[in-house]
Design a protein around this ligand. Structure first.
Ligand code: UD1
Ligand code: CA
Length: 449
């Protein structure tokens, strides 16, 4: 089965998306639709892919290669139908004995398990397998036709169907598999375009195969899984379904989501056991939350790592490269970027930590800002173990605060502070005794005049 090849059709312009971006590059759960399809294929044991794109869709090939490094890209010059699209990939499938799967780039919810079932049918002797589904509204889909022995005998496109055929609800998802390249090439060579749309229908391969006495089979999937995205609202529906699936998986693995419908995950989010996630949390791509961490409400994460038993939020933002060690705390209105916060350190209130290392058990006071950018370049801040940064301090990078050092509140620190020293840059305090009382007295005298 290692020879299996996925031929992914993606030449469609996606007119209804009203977009400059090719349709299959629109994303959900942090990845383009096409990437979800390729990942499902890869995890079903189909490591190779041939992408069929329209003219000028170079970006589709690049996105495909990001998931499937040796994906081959073929341009279908004109959209003459699904059979013609498959033919564009002939150099790839011609060199692949089989099996060959035809997938659509705009069905991002397709699961690896279903593709495995398709491959299983081929292993069990099928020559051609179609993924079918029962549609609540079959309008627009090809209907599956069976012979009197219950074998799949053909697919009738909506526009070519009789009224009786239109009443059928078992539909073609579009996903099809062929045992061998010889069978595929032969069937394709016999498909014409004498039909209502004047297109070369890949679906005609089924009746031809059945007529040849080949074994044709159907694998059923649920309608959700083969949902094709044609518009922004369908994209939103697909996103919703994908989110439900991702949330169910992390809960299944032992995380508590207090209000799952308000937590948004990415395809690659990793969440450990006994993690508690409060409402309204967003995980963009590249996020790992280790066992036992608590994520309080209204936090946003991207390419960040939260260690075991750490506590974050509410209202915290973890940007790329943020790494909170086990047991550390990051509280409300804290933003952390490209920084390591070591074990037991606390960054609890209204703080920006960027391009920094914060040592174990250091305490970062409210309102501390690492000034990591001077308008030209980024610089690092190093805060030692057990250091104490007083509230409302600015640490002007590059700068190092030694272990156990103490920065007085309100300081602007632009020179390194040795270990265990106190650094203080604020102006000396002055008191004028009785000043306030005097002013009040003068004011009330002026008013009564
Ligand atoms: C197709 C099926 C139909 C099925 C439905 C499921 C055919 C003839 N019909 O119909 O039985 O129920 O999908 O959604 O196959 N594409 C190309 N080049 C082309 C034509 C299409 O790359 O020349 C791509 C499109 O980008 C799309 C996919 O193939 O991803 C399906 O094409 P589309 O025109 O949407 O087919 P349907 O008419 O919906
Ligand atoms: Ca379609």
């Amino acid at each position: 089965m290692t020879q299996a090849l996925a031929i992914v059709l993606a030449a469609g312009k996606g007119t209804r998306m009203k977009s400059d971006l090719p349709k299959v590059l629109h994303g959900l759960a942090g990845a383009p639709m096409l990437a979800h399809v390729l990942r499902a294929a890869a995890s079903a044991g189909i490591p190779r892919a041939a992408l069929v794109v329209g003219p000028g869709m170079d970006a589709v090939g690049e996105a495909g290669s990001a998931v499937t490094p040796d994906a081959q890209v073929f341009v279908q010059p004109e959209q003459l139908g699904t059979a013609d699209a498959v033919k564009a990939a002939a150099p790839a499938y011609g060199a692949t004995p089989g099996p060959l799967l035809v997938l659509y780039g705009d069905t991002p919810l397709l699961r690896a398990e279903t593709l495995k079932a398709v491959l299983g049918e081929i292993e069990a002797g099928a020559d051609l397998v179609v993924i079918g589904f029962e549609a609540t509204d079959p309008t627009g889909y090809g209907r599956l036709l069976f012979d009197d022995k219950g074998r799949l005998a053909g697919i009738r496109e909506e526009k070519d169907a009789t009224a009786a055929e239109r009443a059928l609800i078992l539909c073609n998802s579009g996903i099809m598999a062929f045992r061998s390249n010889a069978a595929l090439s032969d069937l394709l060579s016999r498909i014409g375009n004498n039909n209502a749309k004047g297109e070369y229908y890949l679906t005609d391969a089924v009746a031809l195969a059945h007529g040849d006495g080949l074994q044709t089979r159907v694998v059923l999937s649920n309608a959700e899984e083969v949902l094709g995205v044609n518009s922004r609202s369908e994209l939103a529906v697909a996103e919703g379904l994908m989110q439900r699936r991702l949330r169910a998986a992390v809960m299944e693995q032992g995380a508590t989501l207090v209000a799952p419908e308000t937590v948004f995950l990415s395809y690659d989010t990793v969440i450990g056991r006994d993690v508690v996630i409060e409402p309204n949390v967003i995980m963009a791509t590249g996020v790992t939350i280790e066992d036992g961490a608590t994520i309080r409400g209204f936090c946003h994460f991207e390419q960040a790592h939260i260690g075991a038993g750490a506590t974050v939020g509410p209202f915290a933002r973890f940007r790329p490269g943020a790494d909170l060690a086990p047991g550390a705390h990051a509280g409300n209105f804290v933003e952390i970027k490209n920084s390591h916060i070591a074990e037991g350190a606390k960054v609890n209130h209204l703080t920006y930590i960027g391009d920094s290392t914060v040592g174990p058990k250091a305490n970062i006071g409210a309102g501390t800002i690492t000034c990591n950018y001077d308008g030209f370049a980024k610089h690092r801040t190093e805060i030692g173990a057990g250091a104490f940064i007083g509230s409302n301090s600015s640490l002007v990078a590059p700068v190092k605060i030694g272990d156990g050092a103490y920065v007085g509140s309100g300081s602007v620190i632009s020179k390194d502070v040795p270990a265990d020293a106190l650094a203080l840059t604020r102006a000396k305090q002055e008191e004028r005794e009785g000043w306030a009382a005097k002013i009040r007295e003068r004011r009330s005298r002026d008013k009564s005049k």
